[in-house]
Design a protein around this ligand. Sequence first.
Ligand SMILES: Nc1nc2c(ncn2[C@@H]2O[C@H](COP(=O)(O)OP(=O)(O)O)[C@@H](O)[C@H]2O)c(=O)[nH]1
Ligand SMILES: [Mg+2]
Length: 443
Amino acid sequence: MPDVKPWLTAANRKELSQLLGKVNLHLLYKASVQGFGADVFHAKCDSQGPTLTVGYNKAGYIFGGYTSEDFDTYGCEVKDNKAFLFRLSAKKAGGTPKKFAVNQGAVAIRNHLSYGPNFGGILHFLFKGKAVVLQLKHPLSYNLYEGDLSGCDVDAVECEVYRVQELRAPWRNVTWTTKRRQELLEFVSGYKPYDSSATKVRVLLVGPVGGGKSSFINSVNSNFRGHVTNRVVIGSGPTSTTTMYSTYTFRGGKGDTSAPLILCDTMGLAEDTESGMHSDDLISIIKGHVPNKYRFNPTCPIQADTNGYIKSATIGVQIHCVAYVIDASKLTMLSPEMKKKIHAIQSQINQLEIPQIVLLTKVDKECPLVANDLEMVYRSDLISNKVTEIGQQLGIPISCIIPVKNYWSDHELDYATDVLILSALVQILRYADDYFENLHAAC
Ligand SMILES: Nc1nc2c(ncn2[C@@H]2O[C@H](COP(=O)(O)OP(=O)(O)O)[C@@H](O)[C@H]2O)c(=O)[nH]1
Ligand SMILES: [Mg+2]
């Protein structure tokens, strides 16, 4: 049902994950759209495996039942020791979500042609024209009191059935806690480059217009400042908003000192040669010849005699890591011209032996599972496929591809967003250290 919006919010789903573990909920049936009839319910939900039935009442309660067994029309009583009834902590209900496990060995669901989802004859959806019926006369299957589920209001306004899909094990281990966020922030703030002649690691952000370069800088800044900031102008048009070379340092490390990191924002790459970043300019930046606030001219790259050109660039002003910033939701739309352009840049950077990573942005836009819960990012097949795809397209190992979600619509910091952003920074700093180490080994 791609056009039908489920009522379960991201917060509801988070609560449900306390009851169900990390699962994907795929909407199969929505009574207010498809009709409150048992026949439609069976047509949409039979033989779908584990499902979650959710009722919403006028009093604001969200409640329902889970079964790991199929719904069908054969008219039988089904035992399912994994089944349970639940109520979320919505509005009046307050507190934490509640789970009422089926009594072991008892009938968990009653399947019948004329029944909607029927949990042990106690909680009965879509029955005789009524959305929900609660019958506590038959407390054999689940033990609960009247009011536990729906606050005694069985006048449901909506009934949804979701298919429950187990998620794959995460392909990268991440600890999603505020404590972890703090540890990562402390690591990044306290980092000192391997090479003492570079006091900060310089990272060049490269990629097509609209990939999320400026938003990434804002997101990093937000982490250091402790609140969402909009320091860099964000663009949404097809051409680059950024025409200037800008380098960003960050305040807010230990003792409010400057963080050991400089992010360098460039003009976006464009397919044609007349607009967008010229690859010669990129190489000049990498070698440290381009001054901060230099305004690019796409048709005429910086020359040794250009005003402000830095002739003797030290290691401190050179680039120590290149991050390709690529929009996960537009990956398949990367044109052959764009790929050719990136490959040409890559081969020059390879010769300079500078580490290259990919920041795969907008993972929330690409994957609905991730949009609802960012912690699903390493469990999402969609994102995993995107990572493999970009790895193949750019010839970059998977370990160097980091999915991120920038702050783009949020007003408040969120620890999961921060954990991804800060994990990306940690990787960048580690790769930069490898680069410094190689430089020393070569001396
Ligand atoms: N959904 C989503 N939108 C994003 C994300 N990062 C950036 N955007 C949006 O993408 C658009 C382009 O971002 P911008 O940072 O200006 O890209 P740049 O041209 O590479 O600097 C803006 O409208 C942003 O709000 C993200 O992680 N998720
Ligand atoms: Mg920009």
